[in-house]
Design a protein around this ligand. Sequence first.
Ligand code: MRU
Length: 358
Amino acid sequence: MLQGGVKTIEWTNEGVRLIDQRILPGREEYFVCRNSEEVAMAIREMVVRGAPAIGVTAAMGIALGMKQSAAATLEEWQKDFARIADLLAATRPTAVNLFWAIGRMRERFEQWIASGAGREQIAQQLIAEAQHILEEDIAACRAMGDFGASLVPAGQTVMTICNAGALATAGYGTALGVIRSAVREGKGVDVLSLETRPFLQGARLTAWELQKDGIPTTLITDNMAGHFLRTGLNSRKIGCVVVGADRIAANGDTANKIGTYGVAVLARENNVPFYVAAPLSTIDLNIASGEQIPIEQRAEREVAEIQGVRIAPEGIAIQNPAFDMTPHRYIAAIITERGIAQPPYTESLARLKQAPVR
Ligand code: MRU
């Protein structure tokens, strides 16, 4: 089944149910967040990760927290909304989908409060809104996949980094959605997945997800990217690179998983087109260029250890930026659910973001 075949995020009567991405592929287990604090922890600790998935999960975290709130008055209940929204917003700084989803929930909440609706009714509407965000994300991924497939050359290899798949979204994926659609169209492509140090999203998640779907995939370490972009894989050319995004500035500069920038430069050097696939909720028109995108710094132990085993000497200085920024000049096109944006992005992205939904 070319849909990822997994439910990344689900609203249940017990709470928000997430496939636990910390332990895949060894164990396929689900983590149920029973309150908004646990949802925040799950985002911070990367039980769930990937920009669109984080946004959907945060929306559900708000719905869950508001449903459970013990506030005695409407005023206190509104304060609870602000507290829960702040808690979720403080989890990870780079993926703008998180702030987009929180903003959308806040806007609806304020509208319903202003309309005089009752608390029970608003709590139900918040749950429904979070579910809409989830469903819209799947639809966006499918549309983006179908637009993007037109860019993928038949019979060649697609390189990708990190996991921009069903696991990183509500389903189907962004970059992996493009690959799924290309496969469905019979383009006969295979995938070269970079392992993606330090959290190993490529080795653990992309490899698992594509293997589950029967899409031929070869795993390489990050430092092999240049070699294969130059030589191709098993006498097949690398036809294109497709990656996801955590935040795209108005000029097209794109923050994505650490290592993406290097791949983009190597792709340019080897005349391989480099594409970004992302929903419009990832485009931040409030930020003029990538220089303003906040880059998350994560714990040193993620670099010093592999799966809990220390590999570096104690006391060594360590840096762990989770994302880097690829300047727009390296990006051949940005694939969205409303179509494909081409340079100059300042115009094409603004146009797409404002266009009516098809
Ligand atoms: O740290 P992560 O795993 O949340 O980083 C994820 C990425 O960088 C993805 O490429 C991006 O969020 C797009 S997911 C469709």
